[in-house]
Design a protein around this ligand. Structure first.
Ligand code: NAD
Length: 316
């Protein structure tokens, strides 16, 4: 495989994982990418996303459904936007005797993992793909469903420079803030640490809100105070009055995925030898919440979990 081949522009793109984030990201990629000549093959084990995609302007022309992974043999790049590393690595490497993407991709192809994966697993996948002549980029996103819809995600990008440069025209259709983080897996490490900081802020805001509600304080006014003061964070600005106080709990980020991200951040302690006691406390609470609430619970339901936990403590 020659460098010339590797630097050819990406035209044929695969997209795997059309959930809360993947679907709006794909919709933007298909809309914005039509003028760039992108042809996109989409794959998901669920049918529901395709019912929605059927209404897309590009559907049936430059955007089509792949029935199996075998159809990805011709793509130049594949995006994965799957729930976690276990699923991502199984799809890419194959599992249970089933072949994976690595068995069908052509040499020179790029795999762009946009999910929030575990950096250790990402490094294993990068080595496996390299053996097959393909390159892995980790490109996790920040900005939640709202920014996925508007194509204004922040995208952290790790991996070899030439592959990142080839991926840039694709990523720019989904995000407006691309941050190069360094070598492969560096973006996944930064994403996990970012999500720990976010989770700690959401947990603190939820605990404060619960105490404020027991004090019969005006919760809207309390949110105003936080947002005008040093307690302000992304949770106080975008989650309290929007999803927690009205009780809709529909921010679009599953609590089990949030717990997964904190657990990923916690594994970095072993890797680095850094002890982070608050991270461990945070992990324990989010893990407990994930086990206590239903699998589809939204991350903002951490507030509901704290409410239930306190009611249980009062009853006992
Ligand atoms: P999701 O659970 O809504 O979607 C996952 C999709 O993957 C589903 O459509 C599911 O059917 C599909 N899928 C699962 N296993 C599959 C397989 N083996 N083959 C093909 N498709 C399969 O998850 P999401 O909220 O879209 O999150 C995706 C990733 O992005 C996660 O890593 C998450 O942590 C991260 N993330 C989410 C948000 C958010 O706000 N939701 C924000 C930033 C990052």
């Amino acid at each position: 495989m020659s460098e010339t081949y590797k630097s050819e522009p990406v035209q044929r793109i695969g997209f795997i994982g059309l959930g809360m984030m993947g679907l709006p990201m794909l919709e933007n990629l298909a809309t914005q990418g039509a003028a760039s000549g992108f042809e996109i093959l989409a794959f998901d084990t669920a049918n529901a996303p395709f019912e929605k995609l059927a209404a897309h302007a590009a559907w049936g022309t430059t955007l089509r459904r792949a029935a199996t992974l075998d159809e990805f043999a011709a793509v130049d790049a594949v995006i994965t936007m799957l729930p976690n590393s276990t699923i991502t690595n199984a799809v890419v490497a194959g599992a249970g005797g089933k072949p994976g993407l690595v068995d069908v991709l052509k040499p020179g192809a790029i795999v762009i993992d946009m999910g929030s994966s575990n950096p250790g697993d990402t490094m294993e996948l990068a080595a496996l793909l390299a053996k097959a002549g393909a390159t892995l980029i980790d490109a996790p996103v920040s900005g939640a469903v709202a920014k996925a819809r508007t194509g204004t995600l922040t995208i952290m990008v790790g991996g070899p420079e030439a592959a990142c440069a080839r991926a840039r025209p694709i990523l720019e259709k989904m995000g407006n803030n691309l941050i190069a983080t360094g070598k492969v897996a560096s973006a996944h490490a930064m994403k996990a640490l970012n999500n720990y900081v976010y989770a700690a802020g959401l947990l603190a805001a939820s605990e404060a809100l619960l105490i404020a509600s027991r004090l019969d304080l005006d919760l809207a006014r309390f949110t105003d105070v936080l947002n005008a003061s040093s307690g302000r964070n992304v949770a106080t600005e975008t989650k309290l009055s929007q999803f927690i106080i009205p009780g809709t709990f529909s921010a679009g980020f599953a609590l089990r995925l949030q717990a997964k991200d904190i657990a990923t951040a916690a594994t970095l302690q072993t890797l680095t030898g850094v002890e982070a006691p608050q991270l461990n406390l945070c992990k324990a609470l989010w893990t407990e919440a994930s086990a206590a609430l239903e699998p589809a619970a939204d991350n903002t339901e951490i507030f509901r979990f704290l409410q239930q936990r306190n009611e249980a403590a009062v009853d006992s």
